[in-house]
Structure formats: C-alpha cells, structure tokens
Design a protein around this ligand. Structure first.
Ligand SMILES: Cc1ncc(COP(=O)(O)O)c(C=O)c1O
Length: 396
C-alpha cells in the first residue's frame, strides 16, 4: 500500500546531497547512507508553510517561548499520552544531548558514576566522559531474541555510593524496545531506593510501531516524577533535527532550579535562559499543533519498510537476524552468523557493498557484529541498499 494523503508521499526520493547533510554529504557519494538518525522524507507541509511565512516576514530578531508554545506542548502530551504536564515544569535546550550534558553537570560531580544500558546510543558515553564522570555499564541481556534490562546486575552495581544517575533510553536506541510500564516501575523503584536519579531520554517516544504503547516514565507516579527529568523533542518525530530544539520536563522544583541555573550559566542569565532560534520555534510550534495525521501515516510507512526488510533478509540473507523493533525507524541487525570477521564488517559494507550503516561496536559492548540500519527512507532506497549487500555477499 502506498501511503499518499494530501500533499505528502513517503515514496518521493528527495535528493539531499549538496545540502551539507551529515548523512548524505559526509561519506563518498558512491555510498548509500542509511546511518545517522534522521529521515529522508520531507517534513509535513504545514511546517514548510509556516517557515516560509516566517521567512517572508523578513525580520529575525530575538524570539522567546511565548504561551502559544507552552500551550502547544501541553496539549501534545495530553492529547497523545494523556499526561498532564504543567507549564512551569518545562525547560528548553537546543537538543537532547545538550540537555543531558547540562543535567550531568547539574546533578552530579566529577568522578561520580553514571549508568548506561548498553548497547546504547553512543554519544551518552562521550557526554559522561567529557564531563569527567565515570561510565557504569548495566548491559542489556537478550532473552529469547528480545532485549531486557538486567535488573540483578543493576542491583549489584548500584550499591556503590558514587553512582548518581541512570540514563534511561526509552524507547531504546538501538535495540528498539518500548519499555513496559512494569519494567519502568522495576527500574524506577531500584533507583529511588538507592538515591539514583533518572535522566529519561524519550526522544523516540512518538515513533511507536503498531501494537506497542509508550509510557512516559515520569507520568507513572509522583515519586518517579520527582526523581527524574524527561528529555523530549519533535526532532525525530517530524524530521526537524537540523532545527535543534528540545523540551525538557522537570516536575521537581529543586532539580528544575539547578538545571535552569546551569542553562543560564551558558545562555542568558535570569528571566529568559535559552532563547530559541526563530525558525525552529515556528517549525516546532506547528509540529506540535498540526501534524498528527502525517505522523500516523509515517508510522504505517515505517512498518511497511520494516516488513520489507524482514522478508528480504529472510528470503535472501537469512544469516542476518533482525531484532524486531517496537519503536523507532532504526533496526538492529545481527550479522554474526554471516562468518565475516567482526572488525572487517564495516569495511565490507562500505567498500564492497557501498552502504553506510552504523557499526554496532560504537554502541558499546554487546554491539560487536551488529549493524544499525535506518529505514526512514523511500522503499526504493531501502531496496537498493539491501540489494547492494546481497550482491556483495554473493561475491565472497
Ligand atoms: C536516544 C537519542 N538521544 C538523543 C539523540 C540526539 O538528540 P539531539 O539531536 O536533540 O541532541 C538521538 C539521535 O539520534 C538519539 O537517538
């Protein structure tokens, strides 16, 4: 089924080369890129129109977060998650990674330990190290093909009094898990009992595939709300990563105050804090208000691409295992049965197959022999990439 409604078609191939795109212009032109987590689709029309209108206005002075923006955010969380957040809980940053940096600086001290659940989104490692904190690994375990948190390992490690924060990736990149409410309650209680706060990175929470439901960690109960900050953005949802804006939800007044103090130490002290980029503000406000139908269609298209990926691999390269994602457009693939040496896999894919994926080893221990493929592209692009891998394998 081709998803085409109103003025959008996810089948349209948009030439992104020459736009200073990290995905399309970083590697040689002959590599087909299915790596960094943005999409090859045009954003919803209302966003393009809103940016054009604003650009035609022609004056780009300072902007600030007006009540229109707050209302749009509050309404989004109520409408899509039935979560009633309050205006005064919100803080803003130019991205989720900047927010995690600020949170680490606000809520821990150099030398403290911060838990990650690897294999996981690799910039977490750099953020912890760059801030002079130590990484404490709580590896995910794979049971019956499905990744799960290892809570026994967590309980054993957490007793160290230097452990201060757990970074929860929810939904999880790259393994694609949507943590269940019960799983979140278990990890949340362990953290509360050991005075560990949670930074919950929910940047992928709008990209939930059919049959699954995201639970906002802080919406579970008041104790969890008071012991966490939630990092969100529509940057993944509507392909706005280059416009750099995120909404950070901090119900705990004390945590909020120290987070905002830290923002003000870098941006503007008092009153305003971080002032948004004018065009981003327009784009994100429109995204919160007017683009639900586009998102619903996007998720159907991603699911179709996922089904294609599974059947192509099953029919042609059954040695590659697909870890079925429950969310995101990123799919974690296990290449270990192919028999290619792990440290030669990336070169094989780039030099022989001419595709750029994300090498699993970057996601930390447990990622070796895996690759992460980004399927947020027209089906024809995905097909081309898989055929290239298939053909290259035939030659060895
Ligand atoms: C889990 C996760 N967190 C954060 C980011 C990056 O967020 P930002 O670009 O807002 O810093 C990504 C991007 O892929 C991600 O997958």
């Amino acid at each position: 089924m081709i998803v085409k409604e109103k003025n959008w078609s996810f089948d349209e191939v948009v030439d992104r080369s020459g736009t200073q795109s990290a995905k399309w212009d970083y590697y040689d032109k002959d590599l087909l890129p299915l790596w960094v987590a943005d999409m090859d689709f045009k954003v919803p029309e209302p966003i393009i129109d809103a940016i054009l209108d604003r650009a035609k206005h022609g004056v780009f002075g300072y902007s600030y977060f007006h009540s229109t923006y707050f209302d749009a955010v509050l309404d989004w969380f109520k409408r899509r998650y039935d979560w009633e957040i309050r205006k005064n809980w919100l803080a803003f940053t130019p991205g989720v990674i900047p927010a995690i940096n600020i949170a680490i600086q606000s809520f821990s001290n150099p030398g403290d330990k911060i838990i990650v659940q690897n294999p996981v989104y690799y910039p977490f490692f750099g953020v912890i190290k760059n801030n002079g904190r130590q990484i404490l690994y709580n590896p995910l375990k794979r049971i019956g093909g499905r990744y799960q948190m290892d809570l026994d390992d967590l309980k054993r490690k957490i007793i160290d009094e230097r452990v201060k924060i757990l970074i929860l990736c929810s939904p999880h990149n790259p393994v694609g898990r949507v943590w269940t409410r019960e799983e979140l309650i278990d990890v949340g209680e362990i953290c509360i009992n050991n005075e560990i706060m949670i930074i919950t990175d929910e940047i992928h929470c709008d990209l939930i595939l059919p049959g699954f439901r995201h639970t906002n960690f802080a919406s579970i109960n008041n104790d969890f709300a008071m012991n966490s900050i939630t990092c969100t953005s529509l940057s993944k949802t509507f392909n706005l990563a280059g416009l750099q804006l995120s909404t950070i939800i901090i119900p705990n007044k004390k945590l909020r105050k120290s987070f905002i103090n830290q923002i003000e130490s870098v941006f503007i002290p008092e009153e305003f804090g971080y002032l948004p980029n004018d065009l981003s503000l327009v784009a994100f406000t429109t995204a919160y208000q007017k683009c639900d139908a586009w998102l619903n269609s996007l998720l159907i298209y991603i699911k179709q691409n996922l089904d294609f990926l599974k059947s192509f691999l099953n029919n042609n390269i059954p040695q590659i295992d697909v870890i079925e994602p429950e969310a995101t457009y990123l799919v974690w693939l296990d290449f270990r049965k192919l028999g290619i040496e792990i440290d030669k896999l990336k070169n094989f894919l780039q030099q022989k197959a001419k595709v750029a994926l994300d090498d699993g080893s970057m996601f930390g221990s447990g990622g070796e022999g895996f690759q992460r493929i980004n399927i947020a592209c027209p089906l024809i692009t995905l097909k081309k990439a898989l055929e290239r891998i298939h053909n290259a394998l035939k030659e060895i």
